[in-house]
Design a protein around this ligand. Structure first.
Ligand code: FAD
Length: 318
C-alpha cells in the first residue's frame, strides 16, 4: 500500500488547522502518513499525534525564501520510487508546492478537491463545478505518484482510532533546484484584529446591498462586537470596498462558522458554495425573494442601512 506525504500548511511558524484536515484525507488513501513541515517539527509531532502520523520531516524554517516551491522540490526528492499520494492544501503555498512537485516528478495533480478516496489502484477526487451546483469526479491511477490539492474546510479533521508518537527527521530543504528559490526581501503584515476569516466561529459578511463603502464599517463593528470576523461578497471586493482577503465564496475563502450573518448579499451560487456549511445562517435583505433566504435559518426582510445600526446598538447593550 502507498505512503501519503502531506505538505503541512503553516501560519506564523505554527501548523494551520487545515493540516489536520489533510492528514485525515491522507489516512483514507494510504497506510502510512508522513508530514513535511518547515521548522517546528516537534510542535507538529505533538499537535498531530492524535491523527495517526508516522513521521514528521522537518526542513527547518524557510523564512528567507518563498516556502511553496522549496516545499514542493523537497517533497519531490523525498518520495522515492514507490507510488505515493502527495497531499497539499489549495492555498497559495500548497498550490506552489504541488505545482513544483508535479513538474519535477512528471506526475499528475488533481486540484481543488473537496473529497478524496481510494478504490484499488485509483485515487478519486471530487470537485465542485459550475459554481458548486454540480460535482465532478476525477481519477488518477496510482502507478507512480499522484498529487492532490484539497480545499480547506471541505473535510472535517478527525482523530485516528489510535494516537501515534510520530518520529521527527530533520532533512535539508531542496534549495539547490534551479528556479526554485525566490528570496524574500520584505514582509508586509496585514493588521487585522480578532479571529481570521477561515477560523472564526462567527462571520458577518456584507454585500452590494450595503449601498456604499462607508457602510461596511457597520459590518466590521458588528463582527468585532460578536467576537467574529468580517467577510464580503465578491461584488464589493471587485468594487474595491474591501481587500480580497475578505471574500467568501468559490474564488475566495470557504468558511464553516457556527453563525454566518449575510447582509445585503443576494446569495449567488458562487457565494453560497463558500458559506452554506455554516451551522446557522442569518440573512438580511430587502428583497423577500433573494436566493440567500433559501439557505437561511433566519431571514430578515429589511433595509440594511436602517436595521444594522439597531442590531449593533442592541448587541452593545447586552
Ligand atoms: P448583488 O448580487 O448585487 O446583491 C445585492 C443584494 O443586496 C440583493 O439581493 C439586494 O436585494 C440586496 N439589497 C439591496 N439594497 C439593500 C438594502 N438597502 N438592504 C438590504 N439588502 C439590500 N461571489 C462571491 O461572493 N464570492 C465568490 O467567491 C465568487 N466567485 C465567483 C466566481 C465566478 C467564476 C463568477 C462568475 C462569479 C463569482 N462571484 C462570487 C460573483 C457572484 O456571482 C455574484 O455576482 C456576487 O456574489 C454578488 O454579490 P452581492 O450579493 O453582494 O451583490
Amino acid at each position: 500500500m502507498a505512503t501519503a506525504w502531506v505538505i503541512a500548511e503553516q501560519r506564523d511558524g505554527a501548523l494551520a488547522p487545515v493540516t489536520a484536515e489533510l492528514v485525515t484525507v491522507a489516512r483514507d488513501v494510504a497506510d502510512e502518513v508522513r508530514v513535511v513541515v518547515a521548522g517546528d517539527g516537534a510542535g507538529a509531532a505533538s499537535s498531530l499525534a492524535a491523527y495517526g502520523v508516522s513521521e514528521i520531516i522537518d526542513l527547518g524554517p524557510l523564512d528567507s525564501v518563498l516556502p511553496g516551491p522549496v516545499l514542493g522540490a523537497s517533497v519531490a526528492r523525498l518520495v522515492g520510487e514507490e507510488p505515493s499520494v502527495v497531499i497539499g492544501a489549495q492555498t497559495y503555498t500548497g498550490r506552489d508546492a504541488l505545482g513544483r512537485a508535479s513538474a519535477l516528478l512528471g506526475a499528475p495533480v488533481l486540484t481543488n478537491a473537496v473529497a478524496v478516496r481510494r478504490e484499488g489502484d485509483q485515487v478519486l477526487t471530487e470537485h465542485q463545478i459550475f459554481g458548486g451546483t454540480m460535482v465532478a469526479t476525477a481519477a488518477a491511477e496510482l502507478r507512480g505518484h499522484v498529487l492532490v490539492g484539497v480545499r480547506p474546510k471541505s473535510v472535517a479533521a478527525v482523530a485516528a482510532a489510535a494516537p501515534t508518537a510520530p518520529s521527527v527527521r530533520v532533512v535539508e530543504p531542496a534549495l539547490d533546484v534551479p528556479g526554485v528559490v525566490v528570496t524574500v526581501v520584505d514582509r508586509q503584515r496585514e493588521e487585522r484584529e480578532g479571529p481570521s476569516l477561515d477560523e472564526a466561529a462567527i462571520v458577518v459578511s456584507g454585500g452590494r446591498g450595503l449601498g456604499k463603502p462607508e457602510a461596511y464599517q457597520m459590518i466590521e463593528e458588528l463582527a468585532a462586537l460578536l467576537g467574529g470576523a468580517p467577510g464580503a461578497s465578491r461584488a464589493i471586493v471587485d468594487a474595491g470596498w474591501v481587500p480580497y482577503a475578505y471574500q467568501v465564496g468559490q474564488t475566495g475563502t470557504t468558511v464553516k462558522p457556527d453563525l454566518y450573518i449575510a447582509v445585503g448579499i443576494s446569495g449567488a451560487t458562487q457565494h453560497l458554495v463558500g458559506m452554506k456549511g455554516a451551522k446557522h445562517i442569518v440573512a438580511i435583505n430587502k428583497d423577500k425573494d433573494a436566493p440567500i433566504f433559501q439557505v437561511a435559518d433566519l431571514g430578515i426582510v429589511a433595509d440594511a442601512s436602517s436595521l444594522l445600526p439597531r442590531v449593533i446598538e442592541a448587541v452593545r447593550a447586552r
